[in-house]
Design a protein around this ligand. Structure first.
Ligand SMILES: [Ca+2]
Length: 401
């Protein structure tokens, strides 16, 4: 099933002229270089999940601290710390803003600034509740703060981005933050789920269904694609997204790659380039919920169209619900270096996505015996992959083998 599905995707790419011999080949990255640090390579075989921490409530994101240990967000609105000795600190970190925790909302990503070792600065994304005229509404927001030396408190909290407008919805927030060169951040924004809102993913005046690019102080980079275009939000990098919850920079090309949730089928892997329209909800490989699985008309009536950037890969007829995304660059699993790894929530797996340049050439579902929703995946300083399981007793797992 997986193989035949993949074959049809590959043929589709070749038919579109996006194959390895086309112009994309010139921009194709070389194989990943060997890592500088020499960790012992693990022998081939199935992954062996080792529990690092447990008792976390719907953990959403993890970030590794330079002093050892890690930070973990819990969706209800807590930021937790695992100490260097592996102990989960009982008290949540203070100074986290109030979040709108209903439905899919809450505290989402935590990302350390590039100079965290000296500045202790980090970024959080979250569903921000509206106040005053916006009471009852919410939207994705990103703020920065400084983590105390003992790891117990945030200070100097400052909001640097707000999705506009706020909407009365508890779904599809997006929520990933990716640090990029030039002191910039990418921020992913969902379409807010309802049909009357999701169409605004095509409207450059609205914050629905976009990927934004800002500077770390909240200002707009002058080379953003819609700067100076009347009516367009200047922070927009790309548009026509449904709900991007996985995003990472390619380690060799520096380009942003992202995964997004389809409805019933149609989850996507995209190479996200400036100013492009990724199609939602005008074109999709997914169908409305409740339609006949494997025999239905896609949302928008078609799966491709002029002016819409096609996905590099997609899942049909059912969705995996892709979550965190990382390019593996370490030495523990040498044969997987340069490949993409995506968590899956409904799909309860860790997907390994093998690339040849900018093409997806194979996909494999790992950890399927675990029977857990996977919310995030990251590469530790020890070059093992780590995942978060999403439940009321969520865990951090290190994937040894
Ligand atoms: Ca798309």
């Amino acid at each position: 099933m997986k193989l035949s599905l993949w074959t049809s995707v590959a043929l589709g790419l070749v038919a579109c002229g996006g194959g390895g011999a086309g112009q994309d080949a010139a921009a194709a990255p070389a194989p990943a270089p060997a890592p500088a640090a020499a960790v012992p390579a693990a022998p081939p075989g199935p992954l062996r999940p080792v529990t690092v921490a447990s008792g976390l409530v719907n953990p959403w994101s993890l970030a590794f601290l330079p002093e050892g240990g890690m930070l973990i967000t819990e969706r209800p609105g807590r930021l937790r710390r695992v100490a260097a000795d592996g102990r989960l600190v009982a008290a949540a970190i203070t100074g986290v803003p109030a979040v709108a925790a209903a439905g899919q909302g809450g505290l989402f990503d935590v990302v350390l600034a590039a100079d965290f070792a000296s500045s202790r600065r980090l970024y959080l994304s979250y569903a921000e509740p509206g106040t005053g005229a916006e009471a009852g509404r919410n939207g994705l927001a990103v703020g920065s703060a400084v983590l105390s030396a003992d790891g117990s408190a945030l200070t100097q909290w400052r909001v640097i981005f707000r999705q506009s407008p706020k909407v009365a919805s508890s779904g599809h927030f997006g929520g990933r933050i990716v640090l990029a060169p030039g002191d910039t951040l990418f921020i992913t924004l969902g379409d807010r789920q309802t049909a009357s809102e999701s169409i605004k993913a095509q409207d450059l005046a609205q914050g629905h269904g976009k990927i934004m690019r800002i500077r770390s102080d909240g200002s707009v980079p002058a080379d953003n694609p819609f700067v100076g275009q009347a009516g367009a939000q200047a922070t927009i990098w790309s548009y026509g997204h449904r709900n991007v919850q996985g995003a990472a920079l390619h380690p060799l090309t520096g380009e942003l790659w992202a995964t997004e949730h389809g409805p019933q089928g149609g989850d996507e892997v995209n190479r996200v380039r400036a100013g492009l329209n990724y199609g939602w909800p005008r074109v999709s490989y997914g169908c409305d919920y409740g339609s006949s699985v494997g025999n239905c008309t896609p949302v928008g009536g078609a799966s491709s169209g002029a002016g819409y950037e096609p996905p590099l890969s997609y899942w049909v007829p059912t969705s995996i619900a892709p979550s965190g995304l990382v390019f593996y660059t370490g030495g523990r699993y040498p044969e997987w270096r340069g490949q993409l790894f995506s968590g899956a929530l409904a799909g309860q797996a860790l997907w390994r996505i093998q690339l040849n340049g900018n093409q997806v050439v194979q996909r494999e579902a790992l950890l399927t015996d675990l029977g857990e929703r996977i919310r995030d995946v990251g590469q530790g300083p020890d070059e093992w992959l780590y995942v978060l399981t999403d439940s009321s007793n969520g865990r951090v797992l290190r994937l040894e083998r």
